[in-house]
Design a protein around this ligand. Structure first.
Ligand code: HEM
Length: 103
């Protein structure tokens, strides 16, 4: 979206002031208890860990091919293949609490 058209923009605010005010206004969601917090991402498009991992695999590849505008440099370093999905899913699973235990 064009910065100047943002509905969050205050009247008369410069681009610089707006950008400075926007830093840290979005809190990246935690990976804890993912099994209990689906659907995932801001549009709730994904429900399964494999879908998340495929998204990360794809966007990191796109970032390396310069197919994403202003991609974060951390994305360039992610190199995962489908063979990594099982252990990565197991890791995400390890961040789940068993809520039935009641503590
Ligand atoms: C393999 C690596 C990664 C995995 C498995 C992963 C996993 C996830 C998951 C599961 C979510 C959704 C959480 C939810 O909706 O409750 C998420 C969101 C997010 N992650 Fe990651 N992430 C990875 C790498 C990164 C990196 C490198 C960055 C930043 C440079 C990043 C930034 C974010 C942001 C900003 C969101 C919120 C996006 C939105 O709501 O649409 N992630 N990530």
């Amino acid at each position: 979206m064009d910065l100047k058209q943002s509905p969050l923009r205050r009247a008369g605010e410069t681009d610089d002031a707006f950008l400075r005010r926007m830093i840290r206004t979005f809190k990246t969601p935690t990976l804890r208890n993912l099994a209990h917090t689906q659907p995932y991402f801001h549009d709730g498009l994904y429900h399964k860990f494999d879908e998340i991992l495929e998204e990360m695999r794809l966007i990191s590849e796109m970032a390396r091919e310069s197919r994403i505008r202003q991609a974060d440099e951390e994305l360039l370093k992610i190199r995962i293949s489908k063979a990594d999905f099982k252990p990565l899913s197991a890791f995400l699973d390890s961040l789940n609490e068993d809520l039935r235990r009641g503590y």
